[in-house]
Design a protein around this ligand. Structure first.
Ligand code: KIV
Ligand code: ZN
Length: 518
């Protein structure tokens, strides 16, 4: 019998806190639903006390997720724990995660308290959290650099106080596998009540060892791994979910562990997170990089043609990458699209076939052949459109060239109204942006990042623009995709405007609640 290892995903908390711009509630919900479909056991949805937006998104995720346990983070403070309890109480299953630092460096320099004071705070926090739920996780921040005697004492006290999971983070990614394995082993040898809790690990990747450290910890008794999609997270990131899950699956014969991860969902979840978070995945990244299953050298290609296992230790299909042998063109019918979507892992209820087919035909007319990436992108943008439709681009015309002043005209749907404006700029994208600002009357947008990527292959690739915009002291992400660069840039800005509109609505709602004293 294989031992079950729980997968605790913290993409929406540790991952999100390290993004250049925060995600909207709808984007977080989209990721949470994808994580649930991927089969993660626990979704850490956010840090409710940190902002009204975070509180609301944790609450919304708690409301909609049915199978996974939804978790919120709190410092070892009653007000943080109360915010978690309040945001999570609507969930089917929820966990409160509370933490305090245990290393001398953190206790003396950051907290400026004695070890005993910190221990008392931890115990009080766990007891306070237990008033809301029986599922309480306690983390010893910077455990990797903590004094082992104090760490043992802290773990024992947290379990006695009622923690059902105790997490041992390598917060700064400092330890090496033998060392981290020995910390976990020592806890199992010395903490008398350790069998009353699940031991979890949370490793950062500063030295590139997060996955190796997590795996070693499991071999020494840990049964929960905290990780993120694409390894997102503070600084160099956290343990990568897809890597650790595929190690446990691919080497199950040797290791003897299993997880609840449905590996065929990995590729799609990775792409969704990368898109929404505006964090591209490096091409040679294990499991989810564009080159992870492609063979370049002639010798390798020859080997794979003779037998896939000559150079592949797992199949692309096992992580949800399906090879396409149908050419999708404007002559392809709806049933072909539906069939291909099914091969890509989409159920019919995941997308609107009519809308996808209409967009597919438009794209096929422009590009000739439509690839898997294009189909997935069309579904992605269709979902965004349905979810955030306050602003929509109805018409765009841009003029540029040598020795002419770039200009653009846009027609924008704003709620029930349409507005048209023309402007000039230092290039066609700038002119279109000026026209949008004129049409919408929204001022104070500061474009802090503008990135252009090609998606797909060769001359058939689509242009993807990602922008980061500062507005009212907050940063918003936007992405746009089109065959035309200017259109893609404009779509990215419209995406941002919809996000700012939603944020304004949340702020107004909060303000009204304050006025009526809720
Ligand atoms: O890295 C860390 O120690 C954390 C804790 C809050 C679990 O993220
Ligand atoms: Zn962390």
């Amino acid at each position: 019998m294989n031992d079950r290892v729980l997968i605790f995903d913290t993409t929406l908390r540790d991952g999100e806190q390290a993004l250049p711009a925060s995600l909207t509630i709808k984007e977080k919900l989209q990721i949470a639903l994808a994580l649930e479909r991927l089969g993660v056991d626990i979704i850490e949805a956010g840090f409710p006390v940190s902002s009204p937006g975070d509180f609301k998104s944790v609450q919304e995720i708690a409301r909609q997720i049915k199978n996974a346990t939804v978790c919120g983070l709190s410092r070892a403070m009653a007000k943080d724990i109360d915010a978690c309890g309040e945001a999570l109480k609507v969930a089917e299953h929820f966990r409160i995660h509370t933490f305090i630092a245990t290393s001398d460096i953190h206790v003396n320099t950051k907290l400026r308290k004695s070890q005993d004071e910190v221990l008392d705070m931890a115990v009080a926090a766990v007891k306070h959290a237990r008033r809301y739920t029986d599922d309480v996780e306690f983390s010893c921040e910077d455990a990797g650099r903590s004094n082992i005697d104090y760490l043992c004492r802290m773990v024992e006290s947290a379990i006695t106080a009622g923690a059902t999971t105790v997490n041992i983070p390598d917060t700064v990614g400092y330890t090496i596998p033998t060392e981290f394995g020995s910390i976990i082993q020592t806890l199992f040898n010395r903490v008398p009540n350790i069998d009353k809790a699940i031991i979890s690990v949370h490793c950062h990747n500063d030295l590139g060892l997060a996955v190796a450290n997590s795996l070693t910890a499991v071999q020494h008794g840990a049964r929960q791994i905290e990780c993120t999609i694409n390894g997102l997270g503070e600084r160099a990131g956290n343990c990568s979910l897809e890597e650790v899950a595929m190690i446990l699956q691919t080497r199950q014969g040797l290791l003897g562990f299993e997880t609840g991860i449905i590996s065929s969902e990995i590729s799609r979840t990775s792409k969704l997170v990368s898109q929404l978070c505006n964090m591209p995945v490096q091409a040679n990244k294990a499991i989810v990089g564009a080159n992870a299953f492609s063979h370049s050298s002639g010798i390798h290609q020859d080997g794979v043609l003779k037998g896939q296992n000559t150079y592949e230790i797992m199949t692309p299909e096992s992580v949800g990458i399906n090879k396409n042998n149908l050419n999708l063109t404007s002559r392809s019918g709806r049933h072909v699209i539906k069939h291909r979507m099914q091969e890509l892992g989409y159920k019919v209820e995941d997308y609107d076939l009519e809308s996808l087919y209409t967009n597919f035909l438009q794209l096929a007319d422009k590009k000739g052949q439509v690839f898997d990436y294009d189909l997935e992108a069309l579904v992605f943008f269709d979902q965004q459109k349905h979810q955030q439709a306050h602003y929509a681009l109805e018409y765009l015309h841009a003029n540029s060239g040598k020795n002419i002043i770039p200009s653009a005209t846009v027609k924008i749907q704003i709620g029930n109204e349409q507005k048209t404006a023309t402007a000039i700029g230092n290039g066609p994208v700038d002119a279109a942006y000026n026209a949008i600002i004129e049409a919408t009357g929204i001022h104070g947008l500061d474009i802090v990042d503008f990135k252009l990527d090609s998606k797909g292959e060769g001359a058939d690739a689509l242009a993807q623009v990602s922008v980061v915009v500062e507005y009212n002291g907050r940063r918003f992400n936007g992405i746009g995709l089109a065959t035309d660069i200017v259109e893609s840039g404009v779509k990215a800005l419209i995406y941002v405007l919809n996000n700012t509109h939603m944020a304004d609505q949340i702020d107004q709602h909060k303000q009204q609640q304050k006025i009526v004293g809720i």
